[in-house]
Design a protein around this ligand. Structure first.
Ligand SMILES: Nc1ncnc2c1ncn2[C@@H]1O[C@H](COP(=O)(O)OP(=O)(O)OP(=O)(O)O)[C@@H](O)[C@H]1O
Ligand SMILES: [Mg+2]
Length: 257
C-alpha cells in the first residue's frame, strides 16, 4: 500500500504540488490524470524518491520513503518496476542487455540460461518474439519499444508498477493494445498499478480509479463511471475533449470483463 500525506513540492519557490493526499491499495490499478505540466510525473517520482518533498510524507508498505536511509530506500525501490515517460530503453544496448539491467542493478545472480529463460517469459507476457533480443531499440517500432520497456519493468517481478504516459506517441490501435496489456498484467501478476496519462481512454481501459490533478491539487477521485457523471468543472473540461459515447461503451465493456 502507498500512502501520500499532505505532500508539497516546490522547485526554486515554484509550487508544483500543493497538499496531495492519496492512498493506493495493494493490487489496485489507479490512473493519475491531468494536463501537461500539472505535476503528474513529479507526484509519482516521490513514491520511489526520485524526488523529495518540500513538505509531507510518503509511505510504501508502511516504510517511510521520503526520509529513508539508502539501504531502506533500496529495499523499497526493489518492489517497483518503472516504465519511464521518455527514453525508456538504452539505445546502445540490445533489448537483451536492456532487459537484464534491472536484474544486475538489484544484484540478482542468475546463470546465462536462467537469464534467458526470464527474458523469454517476460517477452511472451508482453507479446514480443524472442528474436527482438538481439535487436537495438531503434530497430523496433514505437509499440514494440513500449512492450520491451514493459518487459524490462516486469522482469524483476515487481509488486508495484508505474507507467508514465504508456501510450503517448502511439497510434490509436497500438495504444489500445498497450492498454489491454497493462490491464492484463495488473490482473495476471496482481501487481499494484499506477498509470500516469492524459489519455482518458488509456485511464478508462487500464484502471478502475481515476485521480485528476489540477494546479497541484487532486480535484477528483473516482471510477470511470463517476468521472463521466461528475459535475466537477475540471473533470467536465477533461472529458469534453473526448468522444463520450465511445467512452461509455468502453467502460461498460470493462465492467463486463
Ligand atoms: N527537476 C525539476 N526541476 C524544476 N522543475 C521541475 C522539475 N521537474 C518538474 N518540474 C516542473 O514541475 C512541473 C510539473 O512537471 P511534471 O513533469 O510533473 O508534469 P506532468 O504533469 O507530468 O506533465 P506531462 O503530461 O507533460 O508529462 C513543470 O512545470 C515542470 O517544469
Ligand atoms: Mg509527465
Amino acid at each position: 500500500m502507498i500512502v501520500i500525506r499532505n505532500l508539497y513540492k516546490s522547485f526554486d519557490g515554484f509550487e508544483v504540488l500543493k497538499g496531495i493526499n492519496l492512498t493506493i491499495e495493494t493490487g489496485e490499478a489507479v490512473s493519475i490524470m491531468g494536463r501537461s505540466g500539472t505535476g503528474k510525473s513529479v507526484l509519482v517520482k516521490h513514491i520511489v524518491r526520485l524526488l523529495r518533498p518540500t513538505k509531507g510524507e510518503v509511505y510504501v508498505d508502511g516504510i517511510r520513503v521520503d526520509n529513508a536511509d539508502e539501504k531502506t530506500l533500496m529495499k523499497v525501490r526493489r518492489k517497483f518496476g518503472y516504465v519511464f515517460q521518455m527514453g525508456a530503453l538504452f539505445d546502445f544496448y540490445t533489448i537483451e542487455q536492456n532487459l537484464y539491467l534491472p536484474l544486475y542493478e538489484r544484484g540478482v545472480k542468475l546463470t546465462k540460461r536462467e537469464l534467458r529463460k526470464r527474458a523469454a517469459s517476460v517477452l511472451e507476457k508482453v507479446g514480443l518474439d524472442e528474436r527482438v533480443l538481439e535487436l537495438y531499440p531503434d530497430e523496433l517500432s514505437g509499440g514494440m519499444r513500449k512492450r520491451a520497456s514493459i518487459a524490462r519493468a516486469i522482469i524483476t517481478e515487481p509488486e508495484y508498477i508505474i507507467y508514465d504516459e504508456p501510450t503517448t506517441g502511439l497510434d490509436p490501435i497500438t495504444a489500445d493494445l498497450i492498454n489491454d496489456l497493462i490491464a492484463d498484467l495488473n490482473e495476471d501478476l496482481h501487481t499494484t498499478t499506477i498509470v500516469i496519462t492524459h489519455d482518458l481512454r488509456c485511464a478508462f481501459k487500464t484502471t478502475r480509479r481515476i485521480v485528476l490533478l489540477y494546479e497541484g491539487k487532486i480535484v477528483f477521485e473516482g471510477t470511470p463511471e463517476e468521472a463521466l457523471k461528475s459535475d466537477v468543472p475540471e473533470v467536465r473540461k477533461f472529458i469534453g475533449t473526448f468522444g463520450i459515447r465511445e467512452l461509455r461503451l468502453d467502460s461498460m465493456n470493462a465492467n463486463n470483463n
